[in-house]
Design a binder for this molecule. Sequence first.
Ligand code: MIG
Length: 719
Amino acid sequence: MEENIINLNGKNIEVINNSLIRVYKEKNSSKLVKLSLEHSDLDLKINDEEIRFNDYLLKIGDNQRLSVYKNDELLFNEISNNNFVRYDDEGEVKTRIKFEITDKAYIYGLGDKAAFLNRKGYQYVSWNTDDPTAHNETYRSLYKSINFMIINDRDKYVGIFYPSSYKTLFDLGKTFPNEINIISQKGSDDYFLILGDNPLDIIRTYSLLVGRTFLPRLKMLGNQQSRWSYAKEEDFRYVVNGYKSNKLPLDYIHLDIDYMVRFSNFTVDKEKYPNLKSLSDEMKEQGIDIVAIYDAGVKVEKGYFFYDNLLKMDYLLTLDNKPYVNVVWPGDSVFPNYFDSKCREYVTNEAINFEEKYGIAGIWCDMNEPASFNGPLPLNVEARKANGEVFYHDEFHNMYGEYMTRSIAKSFTRRNLRPFVITRACFATTSKYSLVWNGDNQSLWHHLEASLPQVATMNICNFPLDGVDVGGFNCDVTKELLIRWIEANIFNPFLRNHSSAGTRGQEPWAFDEETLNVYRDMLSIRYELIPYLYDLSVKAHLKGEPIIRPLFVNFPFDEKVKEINDQVMIGESLMICPIVHQGKKDRVVYLPEGNWYDYFTHQKYEGNKKMLVEIPLDKTCIFVKEGAILPKYRNLLSINKNEIDEIIFDASYGEGTYINYEDDGETLDYLQGESNEYCITNHKGKVSVEYKYKGYVSPYKHIYVYDGKEYKDVIDELK
Ligand code: MIG
C-alpha cells in the first residue's frame, strides 16, 4: 500500500498497520529472513513531513530524523549527532541507527544474554556464538540472535526490531548514556517500530511479524532428564529405574552425542545400544520417550551414507568450489547446506528414517551456530544452490540454526506430528519450528540467579518454549543449589535437568532423601499444573503471548516491578518468588496490585506491598492472583493424553472466568478443528462449566470443579 509511505530524500517511513511502522532507506534484502507483514487499511493523514493516525504523530525533522508522538507526547526519537560508537571489527560500517533514551529508560529483550532484565548500560553483538566459559551479563554474544527490544521510557513502551541477519552491534547506552546505537557493517538501515499501549500488545504484534511459536505436544511440557552422556543401555535403565523406584514423573530421556558411531549423525553405536528400537519400545511402555541429539557437523568419512549422499548431491557448504571442512566432535566435518530446499528435503527424509527406525520422538539440534574447533568458518564460505543462487557465511551465519531446525521439524509435521525440535542457535524468526534452551550454563549460583530473567526475556522475545539446564551444565552442583534450582525453574516451559561429561551426577536422587523429596514435591506441582501451562502454550501459539513473564508485562505501569529479576509471572495467574541465593532462607516478595493467595496455604494477602517470606530449603514460594481458575491434573507420572481421564478446575480463588483448551496433545488435527474449549466461571462462589467450542472427543470421565469447599463432577451436566 504505497500511499502509507512518506518518502523524504530517500528515507521511507512506512505505516504497515496501526501498530507496525517500518523505517528505511534500503530494505533488508536478505531472502533468508522471512517476515509476515500484515498490511491494513488505515485512516492516515499525510502532510509533507508528517503522518497522523490514531493517537500517533510521526514527524520528520532535520537530517531525516524520525520522531514519534503519542497523544502529543514524545514516544520515540531518532537522533543525529557526531557521537561515534567504536565498532571493533575491521572494515567499513554501512549502517548506524541512533535513538534517544532518557536517564529513566529501561531496555528489555535481545534474547539469550546471560543478563538481568534491564539491558541498559551494556553492549551486545548479534553473532551466534558457542562460548563454553561461564557466561555473565557482559558477554556480548551467545548462541542466539534476536534483535528485538522493548524500551520503556517516558512512561511509555515501544518495540524495536532490526531484521538483518548480518552481524549487528547494539550499544544500549553504554558508550553514550542517552543513546541506543545499532551498528552493522553489512545490514541496511531498515528497522521496525512496534507501537502499543503496553508490552503485551507490543509482543503480540512483534510475534506476528516474526511468526508465532508452534504448538507443543502436551507431553513436551513434562519433565526431561539428560546428561552428556547416558552412553549405554544400562545408563538408560539406571535413569528410568531411578525415576520409577522413587515415584518421580518423567516424560523424556535424552541421548547425547556418545550414542552415535564416532559422532556421526543418524547412526547408533551397537556396542552401546545393541537394540535401540526395543529399548525405546520398552521406555514407551513406561511412558517415556527418547530425544536424540543431532549435530551441525557431519563426519567426513567415505562409506558413511550421510556424508556420501550429501557430497554426491552437492548439499554442502563450500569454499573455493570444494566442500568446506572444519573440525567438530567427529573430527573433520562438513556442513549441510540447509539453505537449499532440496538439501532440507533430503535431511527431512533421513530424519524420518532415523526416527522411525529407532522410535525417536524428538531431535535436539546442537552446535549449530555453527560451532567449530579449528577456528571460525571464514565469512566467505558459500551456501550455493543448484540454480546458482548463493549466500555467504556473513549473511547466513545467524540463520544456520533456523534452517537446520526447519528441515528437522518437517520430519514430524510431515507425519502429522507436532515438531519436537530443540535448538541451541537461532534467529528471531525460529520459534515456529523449534523450542530452545539457553545453552551451556554452569552449576553456579549466579547462573541460577540469571535463569529467571533469561527465560522471561526469551519469552518476551517470542520464544515461550524455553528453559535452562536445571542444576547447571558445567561444574559440580551442590545439594542446596540443585534444590533451589528445581524450585526456581519448576515452571520453565522446557524443563530439563542436564549436565556435562565429567561432572557429578545431578539426577533427583543424586544426593539424599531430602533432595529427592523436594524434587518430587516440585515435580508434583509441575504435573498438577500441566494443563495450565498447556493453555498458556496455546495462547503463545495463537496470540503470541509469553508464558513466563517479567512482572512489567502484567503490571506495566508499576514502577516497582521494572527491575524485579527474582520473581516472574506464569501467565496471568501465578507468580513464583523463589530463593536464588546461597544460604538464604527468607526473602522480600513484592506483591503487585490486587489480592494474592499463597499457593500452599491458601492464605490471602493484599497486594501493592512488600513482605518478608520465610522459604526454608524444602519450600518454594508461589502466589495465585485473585480471580484465577487453575486447571489441574492429578497423580501423573508421565503424560499420555489418552490415559488422562479427569481434569479439575480449581476455582477457589474468588470470582473469575477462564478458558481451558483441550485436544489430542500430539498431532496437527487441532488445525482441522479437533479441539475443545471449556469456559469455567466462578460467579459469587458458584462455579459452572460450559463448552465454548466442542470439536474433539475427550477421554475425560470426570470433570471436577472445586469451589474451595468441595469437588463436584460436572461431566454429566456438560454433555
Ligand atoms: O561441545 O553434545 O550445549 O548440551 O551436552 C559440547 C555435548 C557439545 C553442547 C551442548 C550440550 C551438550 C554437549 N554439546
